[in-house]
Design a protein around this ligand. Structure first.
Ligand code: G3P
Ligand code: CA
Length: 246
């Protein structure tokens, strides 16, 4: 089997609270070749790493991320919801995540969540550049308009387009946006292997999310994916190693 990217989804989020420094560090230690995480910008313009539009599900606070200041976001407990063992873990700033990942070899799969302005996209990319991580980073989004903003801000940076299901004109859309990756759901990949083949033929790699069901991994690989985006980093590394794709 050819080498397969092992993408730690929101870090190794099966064992630590998603998108926190412990989860991202655990992803590296468990052998991820890509660390995936989500970036939003606070009311006072600071990029932070959190998935949801609000802080409600993953912290002890409430409110929309873009209506809270960095001080307000940083005061929240982002670990206790997952386990008391992580009590007091904070929502990290993007700069903290970049500092953590700079020392290793794993690539960064940085997702920008909407809403995001050109100024915010430029600020995020600027922090990646300042950390010396431009060459190791792919910036992706579900929102094609944000992918286009990334292309405008940094044409040389690798980009990815996230999809729920494949678009009817998926290859043309991917080409138009100049993406290196097109990452749909596992269901989309298994339901449309011809689209995967067409994308791969056009030079666009496919990495489905969220591949947590181990019984689906062989079929996804058979469909031609370049990697699997999963919460289960350790098992993914073990499985790929056992099959000679580690
Ligand atoms: O990178 C793939 C995956 O993260 C997309 O979905 O909702 O977990 O950001 P979501
Ligand atoms: Ca994500």
């Amino acid at each position: 089997m050819a080498a397969l990217h092992r993408v730690a989804h929101r870090g190794y989020s099966a064992v630590a609270p998603e998108n926190t420094l412990p989860a991202l560090a655990a992803g590296v230690q468990a052998g991820a070749t890509f660390i995936e995480f989500d970036v939003r910008t606070t009311a006072d313009g600071v990029p932070v790493v959190i998935h949801d539009r609000t802080v409600d599900r993953t912290t002890d606070g409430s409110g929309k991320v873009w209506e809270l200041t960095l001080d307000e976001v940083s005061a929240l407990d982002a670990g206790s919801w997952f386990s008391p063992a992580y009590a007091g873990v904070r929502i990290p700033r993007l700069t903290q995540v970049l500092d953590l990942l700079r020392g290793g070899r794993a690539e960064l799969l940085l997702e920008i969540k909407p809403p995001a302005t050109l100024e915010q996209v430029k600020n995020i990319i600027g922090q990646v550049a300042d950390a010396g991580l431009r060459g190791r980073t792919v910036v992706q989004s579900f929102d094609p308009a944000i992918v286009a903003l990334v292309a405008e801000a940094a044409p040389e940076l690798r980009r990815g387009l996230l999809r729920d299901g494949f678009d009817a004109e998926q290859v043309a859309v991917a080409r138009e946006l100049g993406v290196s990756y097109c990452n749909p759901s596992t269901t989309a990949v298994l339901g449309a292997p011809a689209t995967v083949a067409a994308l791969v033929g056009a030079g666009v790699a496919v990495m489905p999310w969220t591949a947590n069901d181990i019984t689906l991994w062989p079929a996804l690989v058979e469909a031609g994916v370049a990697g699997l985006i999963s919460d289960r980093t350790g098992e993914l590394t073990g499985w790929a190693t056992a099959l000679g794709a580690g």
